[in-house]
Design a protein around this ligand. Structure first.
Ligand code: DC
Length: 223
């Protein structure tokens, strides 16, 4: 980073890699803002379901994009608030129902383009820096980010972490997680690091070690 400019840290990775909590902790440690881009896809999915629509229907997804004008995404590392069409959906977008439906939104290219405009505007205004996480931040949303990380973990470990998150039958959780990754990776490749992207494999790292690894990358980069 050159003096006085905002620092952008981009983190991509598959479901269950711990991306979101790690990215938030990195932001907190560095005093940066935090952007969970998946929340925008989830908010759209929530709205479509709320209206009785089907997220697998491309025309329905495209028809919902006007509602992005009403999308509120706060970028506070202490807690991101998400609202759409006047509803606070911060909690609701984490439901299994939304998780199961969100891939349809993420597969729709006009939806991706529309949310990316919002993400880039948020990143461009961040002070003094921002940690943005998702699937295509290092490659599409902010390919010029100061620090670009692909956060991975072995599938078994990701399933275990996710299992802790949602409860229920571990095999079912594993199957859902694998299905979502397979569907999502048809649109963006978040399983292989693009040129210049550092892979941080958290399989054998604790949460704190993972956060430290990324903070170190950020501080090295700007030493
Ligand atoms: O990270 P998450 O589970 O909240 O993501 C929700 C969905 O949105 C998931 O299907 C992946 C997709 N997504 C995406 O395609 N691109 C992003 N930058 C962020 C999320």
């Amino acid at each position: 980073m050159s003096g006085g400019q905002r620092v952008v840290i981009a983190i991509d990775g598959p479901a269950g890699s711990g991306k979101s909590s790690v990215a938030r902790a990195v932001a907190r440690e560095l005093g940066y803002q935090f952007l969970d881009t998946g929340a925008a896809y989830r908010a759209l999915a929530w709205l479509i379901l709320e209206r009785g629509g089907d997220t697998d229907d491309e025309a329905t997804v495209i028809g919902s994009l006007d509602a992005l004008d009403s999308l509120e995404l706060t970028v506070d590392a202490a807690g991101q608030r998400v609202a759409i069409a006047g509803h606070d959906v911060t909690e609701a977008i984490r439901s299994e129902r939304v998780s199961a439906a969100v891939s349809g939104v993420a597969r729709t290219i006009p939806a991706r383009e529309a949310v990316n405009v919002r993400f880039r505007a948020i990143i461009a205004q961040a002070t003094p820096g921002i940690v943005a996480e998702g699937r295509d931040i290092t490659t599409v949303v902010a390919p010029d980010a100061d620090v670009r990380v692909l956060l991975t973990a072995d599938e078994a470990v990701r399933i275990r972490r996710r299992f802790g998150d949602v409860g229920g039958d571990e095999r079912q959780v594993g199957a859902r997680l694998a299905a979502r990754d397979a569907s999502d990776s048809r649109v963006v490749d978040f399983l292989n690091a693009a040129d210049g992207v550092t892979v941080v494999d958290s399989t054998d790292l604790t949460f704190d070690e993972t956060v430290d690894a990324i903070v170190r990358l950020a501080t090295q980069e700007h030493a």
